[in-house]
Design a binder for this molecule. Structure first.
Ligand SMILES: NC(=O)c1ccc[n+]([C@@H]2O[C@H](COP(=O)([O-])OP(=O)(O)OC[C@H]3O[C@@H](n4cnc5c(N)ncnc54)[C@H](OP(=O)(O)O)[C@@H]3O)[C@@H](O)[C@H]2O)c1
Length: 334
């Protein structure tokens, strides 16, 4: 039977899913449960590695340490952080796209509506004794929302925006209309569709192609009072360009869950420019995924994919490393 090594932190939710899935399907080894002197042996037995990919979960000497390894299954949807140089060409890498649709799409809507209705600023006003009923806010009904990236999260955002009676333009690789969007376009069309957008929601992976694709040209083409929502990865937006745009366009709003740099620990700022001084930004600390059901859901989806691989069925979300790294190997197929 195949051995699946779990190098990620294993809390009660992840363990419960593992317990229900492993029986008869594979032998599970949980790295954190093993004494340090048994860990080399565990790596040498691993056919599949389940991990988040953060920190030292994928060691630099992976090839020598895990000679039997055939698959790495990430628990997270975005795989831009994986150390592709350390991963042998023969190892299939799979992301966990699609496992975060509900939590992250809900959060995108929370950010969007908070920005459209000015909730943080007005809360602050009331705290300071200001009760101004003369302010206006924006409506999603009748607006145009451009969703960049019509995958799991993007499609769910589009569905929720349609429920708010917005028109949705979905940007995909092909440019085809992906339901439930009303129209389709490709990412190359972003500057062309930007002037129509009351809202731009970014739901793309961070790849060589998408990095910095929302830049001063795109921002400059948008309506002066549009709203940018980013729940995907910070670096898809050019940081300096967004800061300068927000500074010079007081009616433009950005609603951000994801950032350009990440403080170690629980204090610090996740940007290089002083976004915290701007009144037209709504911010959360990369917690779109953080709903109680998410860890179990992500482990379920990951183990379902591992099961597909072990049964000889092509797994989902096979990563093409060349999208992330200049000289990376192409992903191998089973
Ligand atoms: N804030 C959070 O807590 C959080 C949580 C989970 C995920 N995320 C981020 O959200 C991203 C999306 O997650 P997901 O589960 O929705 O992934 P997904 O299902 O793979 O969706 C991404 C979509 O973007 C499309 N795409 C990729 N490159 C493109 C390009 N150059 N032009 C146009 N479309 C392109 C993909 O098309 P193909 O299918 O053709 O590749 C796919 O349809 C993740 O990569 C991650 O970075 C954030």
């Amino acid at each position: 039977m195949a051995t699946v090594l779990f190098a990620c932190p294993m809390d009660a939710d992840r363990r419960a899913v593992l317990a229900s899935r492993a029986k008869g399907a594979f032998d599970a080894l949980i790295l954190e449960d093993l004494p340090v002197d048994r860990r080399d042996e565990a790596w040498s037995q691993a056919d599949v590695l389940v991990c988040t990919g953060f920190g030292a979960e994928i060691p630099e000497d992976l090839a020598g340490r895990a000679p039997r390894l055939k698959m790495i299954q990430a628990l997270v949807a975005g795989v831009d952080h994986l150390p592709y140089d350390a991963i042998p060409r023969s190892v299939l890498v799979c992301g966990n796209a699609g496992a975060y649709n509900t939590s992250v799409a809900e959060h995108a809507m929370a950010l969007l509506l908070a920005a459209a209705k000015d909730v943080p600023r007005l809360t602050d006003d009331i705290r300071r004794g200001i009760f101004d009923q003369g302010v206006m806010n924006r409506s999603l009904a009748g607006s145009t929302v451009v969703v960049a990236g019509m995958g799991g999260i993007g499609v769910e955002v589009a569905r929720l925006c349609k429920a708010f009676r917005a028109t949705v333009v979905g940007l995909s690789r092909s440019g085809a209309t992906v339901p439930p969007a009303d129209e389709g376009a490709s990412l190359d069309d972003l500057v062309r569709v930007a002037p129509r957008a009351d809202v731009l929601v970014i739901a793309l992976p961070l790849t060589k192609e998408t990095e910095g694709c929302v830049d001063r040209t795109v921002l400059g083409a948008m309506k002066p009072d549009a709203i940018l929502v980013n729940i995907a990865r910070g670096k898809i937006v050019a940081e300096d360009d967004l800061y300068d745009h927000l500074k010079s366009h007081s009616t433009f709003r950005a609603a951000l869950d994801v950032w350009w740099t990440y403080p170690r620990g629980k204090s610090g700022r996740p940007f290089h420019r002083p976004f915290h001084e701007l009144p037209n930004v709504v911010m959360t600390p990369h917690i779109a995924f953080a709903i109680p059901a998410q860890k179990a859901r992500a482990m379920e989806a990951a183990l379902e994919n591992v099961g597909r691989f072990l049964r000889g069925t092509r797994p989902r979300n096979v990563v093409d490393a060349t999208e992330y790294q200049a000289e990376a190997r192409g992903a191998s197929a089973i």
